[in-house]
Design a protein around this ligand. Structure first.
Ligand code: SAH
Length: 387
């Protein structure tokens, strides 16, 4: 059975072993979950046991955000795909087992249109050419689609006709945005943006709430699992209805807004300007009045809150892969909330941060994993700490 599964999966992906994206593709899904739970348990061994590692029913096509880099192969054909790990060599990806299939179909249409519109592919070595990357986001509940064309310069020839041709094939596209990235960088998106079709954003529904998502705002890529992840974070916080909650690294305000229904009031802090703008609008759209958002470095904000003497009962933190900062953790222990719910997409940095918090009197009470990234080695975890 295992052998069959191995064969089936590998055959299903033409670039297995080349793109480096699906390290666990050969492994039956149950075994993947077991392995991830073991790894998390190993990391958390000094602190607590791991309750569960929540998997997906169908661990395929779950990525609702798809980014492709455009290039040419040796024969000069236009290709799009991902960088081979650790290199700038583009592995062509046409049918990815992780990516939303509609997004992959739109990528294909774009590859075909480029030729007829004579749009040049950007060449990283020479710096010539126009199209660098395409990023597509598909709303899970709404089906709304956003296409972001990342260009090396702001002028796109016959952009209106290009959009028209794209929409003819995919009328479900809700908005098309040009993002200008004129820097020699491995970052995908640049600063400047121009909306060339539609409202410039899409909306999605998670845990019964509507969220506006702009091109530069963070939004979890696996919506099915995100509901389970947020559910666990809220469960661990076990609100009574009176708490003051701080949602740190809040993105578009998702976790905080869900918490606002069960707690007294919520403060969200996030560095990305666009995400904070989305968060403010999201709260309004969902009729939530007991939440406020601040655009600031979470560490600086934490110091400010700790110095103000205000009381916070629960801190929910969901930092990026690099984890939290010394400044944040120091101020957190001064603020001394009764509960800290740590949501992490990188348990290595989470454990590093937890170690510091345990030196300040916190104990890890519960931990679990949610498989946000099936078929890859990536682990998402939630921990509850309290004093
Ligand atoms: N909780 C959100 C976002 C988590 S991703 C969600 O589930 O959607 C981590 C977020 O941290 C990103 O939105 C990123 O922009 C933000 N971030 C990164 N560094 C930060 C910092 N120093 N201060 C505040 N926010 C930061």
């Amino acid at each position: 059975m295992e052998q069959k599964n191995k064969k089936n999966n590998v055959k299903a992906c033409e670039v297995f072993g080349k793109c480096g994206g699906c390290q666990f593709l050969e492994m039956p899904y149950e075994k993947q979950l077991k392995k991830k739970k073991q790894r998390l348990a190993e990391l958390l061994k000094p602190y607590c046991d791991v309750d569960t590692f929540i998997g997906m029913e169908c661990p395929k096509y779950y990525r609702h955000k798809v980014t492709a880099t455009f290039s040419r192969d040796r024969k000069g054909n236009i290709i799009s795909g991902t960088y081979k790990e650790g290199t700038h060599y583009v592995v062509p990806v046409e049918n990815c087992l992780l990516e939303n299939q509609k997004a992959d179909a739109i990528m294909k249409t774009i590859r075909n249109l480029l030729k007829s519109f004579k749009i040049k592919i950007y060449d990283e070595d020479s710096g010539f050419g126009l199209l660098r990357h395409v990023q597509i986001r598909v709303g899970y509940a709404t089906g709304q689609i956003m296409v972001v064309l990342v260009l090396a310069s702001p002028i796109m020839p016959s952009k209106n006709n290009f959009v028209k041709a794209l929409l003819k094939e995919h009328p479900e596209i809700r908005t098309v945005v040009v993002n200008v990235n004129d820097k020699r960088t491995s970052m995908i998106l640049g600063e400047k943006e121009q909306v060339i079709y539609g409202p410039g954003y899409i909306e999605d529904v998670l845990c019964g709430m509507t969220f506006k998502i702009s091109p530069k705002s963070f939004y979890q890529v696996n919506p099915i699992q995100t509901e389970k992840l947020y559910g666990k974070a809220i469960e661990y916080a076990s609100f009574t209805g009176k708490e003051t909650v701080l949602d740190a690294y809040c993105g578009t305000g998702t976790i905080g807004m869900i918490a606002s229904k069960k707690a007294g009031n919520v403060i969200g802090v996030e560095l990305n300007r666009d995400a904070v703008k989305d968060a403010v609008l999201n709260a309004k759209k969902n009729g939530i009045s007991n939440i406020r958002f601040y655009q600031k470095d979470a560490g600086d904000f934490m110091v400010q809150v700790a110095e103000s003497g205000d009381k916070v009962d629960v801190v929910i933190m969901d930092p990026p892969r690099s984890g939290s900062s010394e400044k944040f953790l120091e101020a957190l222990s001064v603020l001394s909330p009764g509960k800290v719910v740590y949501v992490s997409c990188n348990p290595e940095t989470m454990v590093r941060d937890i170690e510091k918090l345990t030196k300040k009197g916190y104990r890890v009470k519960k931990a679990c994993g949610v498989d946000m990234f099936p078929n890859t080695v990536e682990i998402e975890a939630v921990c509850l700490l309290s004093k």
